[in-house]
Design a protein around this ligand. Structure first.
Ligand code: AMP
Ligand code: ZN
Length: 456
């Protein structure tokens, strides 16, 4: 088997993955800001890094996967003002919705899910260190990171100080020493959420949250840091600045991985463009696995254009795969090994489109030879991608929310009525029931004295 190679944003190259400690792979991925339902673009990093997490777990004895919850942020405060709800109510409800939606996409929960509001003392401590080391200064109730104090600022995004100054068109706050300095701590008015600090009552900036939480749970330097492409600058650049400057220059992460955008007609799916579908609304249109397959159908670094047609294509592919599983013989008991082509595709910078192509091959093979061994192998590949987790029987009964037609219980009652008619040798009635169901898209399948059904 080949080694794992991943594209490192730091070097802009594919590199061999060499863990800092092979006994424990440490990975941090920036999580959601919890003020509203997640859209499918927000789900892309979750599904991509979940697939990486699953891959790492197959090759290393232990993985510590940390994904935070940003539960203090100006967007959350704005939402509270708009709805009149307490912040805690909004963040608790949104966090629950996020867990439910990501669960429906078969994303495994991270090992640790730190919340920003529970790490305020660690953030304050890091800011104090930065002030002591002369990388930060307090001014007007704020604390700012002084960008020119760090010699190699910009190594991730490759943005230079001159570019940054030229780009800072907005009016520069008078308390900043340099126009590129960014906020570590900001003051809160009495009605705003805030915590006591050496600089007065206030709240943290977004970037310091991740520096403090990754330090608390993964230490000074860890293996992989991930997120969407839009986080490279300023979020990740500033995380690096804060962490390196408070850790005597030690790197924050060895490998930086960024997923490309999910787009709609080539525009980034985003709240601001209002061109988004929430995961919640799409789960009423197609099962979670169809959403997941649609997200994995492109390489994670490329843009991926989403459409409802693409979602239906993913659903049809899974229908075919589940059909092959349904028709195959019972499972074998020994665990299956993954076909080499499949696993090597994933080891090559998480090439999911190639892995999916290998699964198509496996399905064709299983259709030719419906053996327990091939079935087990297909299920193992499905598990590696977080797919084929349903009972094939149940998968084929799925219907969109609000679609008319008989309920599962009504169908079951009709199947029993048909069975009774057959026992009474009333074949005209049993055929009538079958045809009436078929007209509603319900297909009955008789085998070995048993009748199963599926929605067409
Ligand atoms: P946000 O809540 O905007 O901070 O986004 C949470 C995560 O979703 C971040 O990792 C973003 O990079 C990612 N993200 C947001 N929009 C998209 C998109 N359209 N495509 C892919 N990733 C996205
Ligand atoms: Zn972050």
């Amino acid at each position: 088997m080949n080694d794992l190679h991943i594209h490192n944003t730091l070097s802009r190259q594919k590199e061999k993955f060499e863990p800092l400690d092979p006994a424990n792979i440490r990975m941090y991925v920036c999580g959601p800001t919890v003020y509203d339902f997640a859209h499918l673009g927000n789900a892309r990093p979750v599904v991509v890094f979940d697939t990486l997490n699953r891959l790492l777990r197959r090759h290393y004895p232990k993985v510590t996967y940390v994904r935070n919850i940003t539960d203090v942020d100006d967007k959350i405060m704005a939402k509270a003002k708009e709805t009149g709800e307490p912040i805690d109510t909004i963040t608790a409800r949104t966090t629950q919705a996020f867990h439910d939606d990501m669960g429906a996409l078969n994303a495994l929960p991270p090992d640790i899910e730190p919340r920003a509001t529970q790490h305020i003392p660690q953030m304050i401590a890091m800011i104090e260190t930065l002030i002591k080391k002369k990388h930060a200064y307090a001014a007007d109730g704020h604390v700012l990171f002084n960008v020119p104090s760090m010699k190699n600022y910009g190594e991730l995004s490759r943005i230079t100080h001159d570019n940054l100054v030229a780009g800072s068109r907005v009016e520069v706050a008078p308390y900043k020493k340099d126009p590129t300095d960014f906020v570590l701590w900001k003051p809160s008015s009495p009605e705003q959420v805030g915590w006591d600090s050496p600089w007065g009552r206030g709240r943290p900036g977004w970037h310091i949250e991740c520096s403090a939480m990754s330090e608390a749970h993964l230490g000074t330097t860890f293996d992989i840091h991930g997120g969407g492409l839009d986080l490279i600058f300023p979020h990740h650049e500033n995380e690096i600045a804060q962490s390196r400057c408070s850790h005597n220059g030690a790197p924050l992460a060895k490998y930086w991985m960024h997923n490309g955008f999910l787009t709609i007609n080539s525009d980034k799916m985003s709240k601001s463009l209002k061109n988004f579908f929430t995961v919640r609304e799409l789960l009423a249109v197609a099962p979670g696995e169809a959403l997941r397959l649609a997200l994995l159908s492109g390489h994670y670094r490329q843009p991926l254009d989403f459409s409802l047609e693409a979602l239906q294509t993913a659903k049809a592919t899974l229908d075919k795969w589940y059909g092959a599983l349904r028709n195959a013989s019972a499972m074998q008991t020994e665990p299956a090994t993954l076909p080499r082509a499949f696993e090597e595709a994933l080891l090559d910078d998480l090439n999911t489109p190639l892995a999916i192509a290998a699964m198509h091959e496996m399905v064709n093979e299983l259709n030719r030879d419906p053996s327990p061994a091939l079935k087990a192998q297909l299920l193992a590949a499905g598990g590696a991608l977080g797919l084929l987790r349903e009972e094939p029987e149940l998968w084929s009964r799925w219907k969109p929310a609000g679609q008319s037609g008989p309920t599962d219980a009504e169908i079951q009652a009709q199947i029993e009525a048909r069975l009774a008619a057959r026992k009474a040798k009333n074949y005209a009635e049993s055929d009538r029931i079958r045809d009436a169901l078929a007209a509603q898209g319900i297909i009955l399948e008789d085998s070995a004295g048993n009748t199963t059904w599926r929605r067409n």
